[in-house]
Design a protein around this ligand. Structure first.
Ligand code: CP
Ligand code: NVA
Length: 301
């Protein structure tokens, strides 16, 4: 039997993605109603974190507990992975003991290698290339607030990074238009542009890109691993701050999202992220519900 992994959003087809979002909304209601639902009793999730995390770690760990299972947090500092044990060997061993592996790492090739040697599903909890779990939560949040996203216009403001790449995948799978506005030299990778070209448009002027948008999204200017570029990036990205001026160009009922952690005064002004159009807190909570739907999909079917 071939194992289903979730390394990028495109590991799901459109129908599976939509069904998963629908299920996430149901699981959220069940959780709110205090319903006990434990489909993963006795199941174990190993979570390898080579980068920091608050939301991803807590949502996966809480989700496994709510489902009656267990999660193990593994950091390179205190596992043999950090001392150079090959990924192939670690993957074979871990997958002989647990039911699912979640990984947050740097190079996307690392998670692909780990998945190749794993006998259980591998979930991408963020790589330098993509952050698919976040898009499950973001799309759930949009649907809860505004309904179907098909045919809508979303504007990505800022770095053409892992989050941007996953938004490009979402645009293709859910059939919305994605405007991408970023400083020269910080565009998304060409492979993602080629893959999603029917659904995206790169518009260098942030004002023009936000016009008539239904959703404005941004992320940090320097991602994890790029800390040394911070000063350089602050200069390049200054015109790309999502503030009330940019928001005023979008539709009146436009939403604002940010995967968090946020830097107020850099990529977003405080009055936008803490303002009426921001759904960043629902978005963060939905990591829990959306990933429970993902775990159920991969481990129960
Ligand atoms: N948005 C997100 O993935 O947050 P963490 O880095 O806290 O997991
Ligand atoms: N682009 C950010 C997302 C953090 C959740 C990073 O990779 O650091």
């Amino acid at each position: 039997m071939t194992v289903r992994h979730f390394l990028t959003l495109t590991d799901l087809n459109s129908d599976e993605f939509k069904a998963l979002l629908h299920r996430a909304i149901e699981l959220k209601a069940m959780q709110r109603n205090g319903e006990i639902y434990a489909p993963l009793k006795n199941k174990v999730l190993a979570m390898i974190f080579e980068k920091s995390s608050t939301r991803t770690r807590v949502s996966f760990e809480a989700g496994m507990a709510q489902f009656g299972g267990h999660a193990i947090f593994l950091s390179p500092r205190d596992t043999q992975l950090g001392r150079g044990e090959p990924i192939e060997d670690s993957s074979r061993v871990l997958s002989s003991m647990v039911d699912c592996i979640m990984v947050r790492t740097f190079e996307h090739e690392k998670i692909e290698l780990l998945a190749e040697y794993s006998s259980v599903p591998v979930i991408n909890g963020l790589t330098d290339d993509v952050h698919p779990c976040q898009l499950l939560a973001d799309m759930q949040t949009y649907i809860e607030h505004r309904g179907d996203i098909q045919g809508k216009t979303v504007t990505w403001v800022g770095d053409g990074n892992n989050m941007c790449h996953s938004y490009m995948h979402a645009a293709k799978l859910l059939d919305f238009k994605l405007n991408i506005t970023c400083p020269e030299g910080y565009e998304p990778d060409q492979a993602f542009i080629d893959e999603t070209s029917q659904h995206i448009e790169i518009i260098s002027d942030p004002k023009k890109a936000c016009e008539n948008s239904d959703l404005i999204v941004t992320d940090v200017w320097a991602s994890m691993g790029q800390e040394e570029e911070q000063d350089l990036r602050v200069k390049a990205f200054k015109p790309y701050q999502v503030n009330s001026e940019l928001m005023s160009l979008a539709k009146d009922n436009a939403l604002f999202m940010h995967c968090l952690p946020a830097h107020r005064g850099e990529e977003v002004s405080a009055n936008v992220i803490d303002g009426k159009q921001s759904v960043a807190w629902d978005e963060a909570e939905n990591r829990l519900h959306a990933q429970k739907a993902l775990l159920e999909f991969l481990l129960v079917g």
